[in-house]
Design a protein around this ligand. Structure first.
Ligand code: T4K
Length: 369
């Protein structure tokens, strides 16, 4: 059984076309396309309200948002991050001549392991940047304790964790700031886009200036800055999708439950678990392919691809095995045994509004062999 159309991991959730068209009419009527237009302002208010955070500054994408946050926080030298993440986490640092120092992950949560951090701290360490990988929050309290003990900053790449909570509070409220991605492939998208969420007034003001070349007034530049602004068309998409976010969350939840019930019967495959007492977007359906499964992870991947199921190996082989880090830090793997083990076993499966229960059952039938 082969699917007629390719099933993607990152197929976008797209809200009401009618509502979107109305926003677009307004954009053309106002002739205001970017540079803090009406829709961007409305989107920021609604995002901050949804997250229960003081400031949410929209950005052109998640990568530039991290770069701006890092710059606004005055980070330098070395920043500790996990290697099991999308390459943007590392690149946003290296782009600014800051060395990403790769720390191992916890075997159960796949997130940066707070117990492993201290071995990487040097006089040059300026921060820890946790990543809430696959939507599961890091052990934030433990990371904050390490950061406080060493007088370094803590921030989060929350690209995967919009709509998720930690101890009942929405992600977006922790560390110095948290950075979201609203890329098309995220369960909540604005075509391209991102945001910096923070409760720190001073940091928010700085990020806002830096995303607009450092302009504090018409002819007054106060910082080195860049162009990190979100456009009106992206804000329109974000507003539409935010108004339907519960629908997308519901779809991901029900797809996850179907995957869970059917995968439970297959020996050698295990599925990521989420804490039911917290809010979670469940946007990544992550499988681990164990030793007792008859195929290796890669054999299963190619079998699925052959059936038009474009499963992904996110985030194999780990940033430390990609350039330029592979050459710059050739021995990084010595401290990353868990990352190495997990990276070779994980497989990310399609979900979102393009996928339904019947499709999930068919996908799992392919995996039953
Ligand atoms: N930090 C973390 C932890 C991240 O995961 C990311 C991004 C970032 C930072 C940076 O945020 P942004 O600067 O991107 O806002 C995709 C996304 O482009 C990327 O945003 C995402 N993480 C990453 C995990 O996935 P690729 O290179 O794998 O994308 P690609 O083109 O292979 O697309 C993935 C699948 O989605 C394909 O099967 C095609 C399908 N697709 C894609 C698009 C764009 C669609 O069906 N429709 C579409 O419109 O990076």
């Amino acid at each position: 059984m082969k699917f007629d159309k390719t099933l993607h991991v990152g197929s976008p959730n797209i809200g009401s076309r009618e509502q979107f068209d109305k926003y677009v009419d307004g954009i053309f009527e106002r002739k205001w396309l970017t540079n803090r237009g009406e829709l961007v302002k409305e989107f920021e208010v609604k995002l901050a309200d949804y997250l229960g955070v003081k400031h949410c500054i929209t950005m052109c994408n998640g990568t530039v948002a991290i770069e701006i946050a890092v710059r606004a926080l005055g980070l330098y030298g070395e920043v500790i991050i996990p290697s099991l993440t999308f390459i943007a986490t590392a690149h946003a640092l290296q782009w600014q001549q800051i060395t990403p120092v790769f720390c191992d992950i916890d075997r159960d949560s796949y997130n940066i392991d707070p117990k492993e951090i201290e071995r990487h701290i040097t006089p040059n360490t300026s921060a820890i940047m946790g990543v809430h990988t696959y939507s599961r929050p890091c052990d934030i309290d433990a990371l904050q304790a390490v950061a406080d003990k060493h007088g370094i900053k803590l921030l989060f790449d929350a690209a995967h964790a919009f709509g998720c909570s930690y101890k009942g509070q929405m992600i977006g409220n922790f560390g110095e700031c948290e950075i979201f991605s609203f890329h098309a492939t995220k369960f909540f998208n604005s075509f391209e886009g991102g945001a910096i969420a923070t409760n720190n007034d001073e940091l928010a003001a700085k990020c806002r200036l830096m995303q607009d070349f450092g302009f504090a007034g018409m002819d007054d530049v106060v910082y080195i800055g860049t162009n990190g602004k979100m456009t009106e068309i992206c804000a329109a998409m974000g507003l539409v999708n935010l108004s339907q976010i519960d629908e997308f969350l519901g779809i991901n939840n029900s797809n996850y439950n179907v995957y869970k019930s059917v995968i439970a019967t297959i020996n050698g495959l295990s599925l990521i678990e989420f804490d039911d007492s917290e809010k979670c977007n469940k946007q990544y359906i992550v499988l681990e392919v164990g030793e007792d499964y008859p195929l290796t992870r890669d054999e299963l991947l190619f079998k699925l691809h052959g059936k038009n199921v474009l499963a992904r190996r996110y985030f194999w082989p780990g940033c430390h095995r990609m350039e330029p880090y592979k050459s710059l830090q050739p021995n990084a793997d010595v401290f990353l045994p868990v990352t190495e083990e997990v990276a070779k076993r994980i497989l990310v499966m399609p979900t979102g509004s393009a996928i339904n229960e019947i499709m999930v059952q068919k996908i799992v039938r392919i995996m039953e062999l």
